[in-house]
Design a protein. Structure first.
Length: 101
């Protein structure tokens, strides 16, 4: 019989392997989280959730860097997409220009 700690370590190791192999399947990851939600303590589920967040954070960082590089190179579609993603993220750097003079 597996202990809770061993099972958690195995789940976290699987998440790390998937991250290293660049396997990103949000639907499968959400299904895993849903299945484990009631089976784990808050502490263990928090660790699992942190592992998932780190996995996708690394991928988001790589995508963001590639998009920013294309935008800096002058790709208009990349610039447009970059501005849209920053607006959705609520970057707080928004300026409203009122020209009623």
């Amino acid at each position: 019989m597996k202990t809770k700690e061993k099972s958690l370590r195995e789940l976290l190791a699987d998440i790390q392997k998937a991250s290293e192999l660049e396997r990103y399947d949000p639907a499968a990851d959400l299904a895993l989280l849903a299945a484990q939600y009631r089976k784990m303590s808050r502490w263990d589920f928090g660790k699992l959730l942190d592992g998932m967040a780190a996995k996708y954070q690394n991928e988001w960082s790589a995508i963001h860097a590639a998009l920013a590089e294309k935008a800096r190179a002058g790709d208009l579609d990349a610039i447009r997409l970059y501005r849209e993603t920053m607006a959705q993220a609520g970057s707080g750097n928004e300026v409203t220009i009122v020209d009623d003079i």
